[in-house]
Design a protein around this ligand. Structure first.
Ligand code: 5AD
Ligand code: SF4
Length: 455
């Protein structure tokens, strides 16, 4: 049974779990990673400290995703393994949150009754109260239908100089492959003043780069009336651009059908906005785009790229592409390859279509493709894009580029790595501090990174 607690806001509370440990595992996309920063922030505000081993932690939290992967198997597998630990240490707490929890609701507790707390995508800010409840009364599932407002929680950032800022949650579109509208609900925008205040606070805390997050940032503010006029994404970009101390602004994701000139102009006129844009294509076939409910044709998509490039010289573009949408023919796939050739994306995230229960495309069972057909197309697409990515990166050899340093490379302690404004990964020999800027002369290009030395 889904039990609902009365919504309650606790702005401050005395930490009650000082020194107890938590292990947090995140599945899925950037939105989820950011949500996990919020969960970690709340747990640490309650006095908890992170632990790497789930078997000895006082609390294990899984923040789940159901957008692409078959997260069910992974989650229930991990929960099965944790059962043994819980049998030995019944006082440990297990919490499951996120998209899959929102979708599966009571099923999680039915399949894994040893889970203490199940929470969804709309109430992560209540995680500590839910743990309190579970400790006192026993297992609880709390799934809310929708958010009242965008929850803003003090995030624990993994990187000190770079932060994600949620500007809106949810999505009002109905792409037929996508589960987001059903698990994250309709669009709710944060007020621009609140966003700007958060960015200012981050800047005061040493952050120099922010990425504005939303499922469809171009419709930011449609739900807000501010003094008789709508808040617009272009205005928000300019206002964030005015915040002292923020040197780089990125955002993800725009929707090609809603991307308009005012945003391209605001990008060009706001010096901190990076020359980088992620524009999800999904397919190059007009027939498949219509079946996906995307609201644009390949030609209009390419026109949007032209518009963006016209205003932002040197713009780097990335995209998302789904291979094997139900009914995709060889001819449809060829259109995707054609658009990829013409668009010359710097990089692409390529996904194999995966039916998400409850979405319109998942009903098109008769048109599902054979896995080997999809695999073959997937390989051809990634090979094509890898070659294009390499060619675009090779054009940078010999140039000196500003890099924001992430820190020492994970694989080689003598190397640093960082990102260009165009979001390309650069490796170079140095011991430069994370969060500082370096000018790096590029001498080698690979499809997914560049190598250089301090200029
Ligand atoms: N199958 C495959 N890829 C998907 N995506 C979203 N839903 C699915 C699905 N059912 C991809 C889209 C989207 C990205 C975030 O994930 O390309 O842009
Ligand atoms: Fe999903 Fe489409 Fe909304 Fe993106 S725009 S979150 S793909 S429904």
């Amino acid at each position: 049974m889904t039990r609902l607690l009365m919504p309650q806001v606790r702005e401050r509370r005395t930490p009650t779990r000082v020194g107890r440990t938590y292990h947090l595992r995140t599945f899925g996309c950037q939105m989820n990673v950011h949500d996990s920063e919020g969960i970690a922030g709340l747990l640490e505000a309650d006095g908890m400290v992170p632990a790497s081993d789930p078997d000895t932690a006082d609390l294990v939290v899984f923040n789940t995703c159901c957008i692409r992967e078959n997260a069910d198997d992974k989650l229930y597998g991990s929960l099965g393994m944790l059962k043994r630990t819980k049998d030995k240490r019944p006082e440990m707490l297990i919490a499951v949150g996120g998209c899959l929890a929102q979708k599966d609701r009571d099923l999680i507790h039915e399949r894994a009754p040893w889970v203490d707390v199940v929470f969804g995508t709309h109430n992560l800010q209540r995680v500590v109260s839910l743990l309190d409840y579970a400790e006192e009364w026993g297992p609880i599932t709390e799934i809310l239908e929708e958010s009242e407002a965008v929850a803003v929680v003090p995030a624990k950032r993994e990187v000190a100089h770079s932060a994600w800022v949620t500007i809106m949650v949810g999505c009002d579109n109905s792409c037929t492959f996508c589960i987001v509208p059903s698990v994250r609900g309709g669009e709710i925008s944060r007020r621009p003043g609140d966003v700007v205040r958060e960015v200012q606070a981050l800047a005061n805390d040493g952050v120099v780069e922010v990425t504005l997050l939303g499922q469809n940032v171009n419709s930011y503010g449609r739900d807000l009336e501010l003094g008789g006029h709508k808040a617009l994404f272009a205005d928000l970009l300019r206002r964030v651009g005015d915040v002292n101390g923020i040197h780089r602004i990125r955002y993800t994701s725009p929707h090609p059908k809603d991307f308009r000139e005012d945003v391209a102009v605001a990008m060009a006129e706001t010096p901190a906005v990076c020359e980088q844009l992620h524009m999800p294509l999904q397919s190059g076939s007009d027939r498949i785009l219509a079946a996906m409910h995307r609201g644009y044709t390949a030609e209009r998509f390419l026109a949007k790229l032209d518009l963006a490039r016209r205003h932002m010289p040197g713009l780097a573009l990335s995209t998302d592409i789904i291979v094997g949408f139900p009914g995709e023919t060889d001819a449809d796939f060829q259109f995707t390859l054609d658009v990829v050739a013409e668009a010359k994306f710097d990089s692409a995230f390529t996904f194999i279509y995966s039916p998400r229960p409850g979405t319109a495309a998942a009903e098109m069972v008769d048109e599902f493709l054979a896995p080997e057909v999809i695999q073959d197309r997937y390989q051809r697409l990634t090979e094509r894009q890898t070659a294009i990515g390499l060619a675009t990166n090779q054009m940078l050899v010999g140039e000196t580029i500003e890099v924001l340093v992430d820190g020492v490379s994970k694989t080689d302690a003598a190397m640093c790595s960082g990102r260009t404004r165009t979001n390309k990964l650069v490796h170079f020999p140095a011991a430069t501090a994370a969060g500082s800027f370096a000018n790096v002369r590029i001498h080698r290009a690979a499809p997914h990174f560049l190598v250089g030395e301090l200029a």
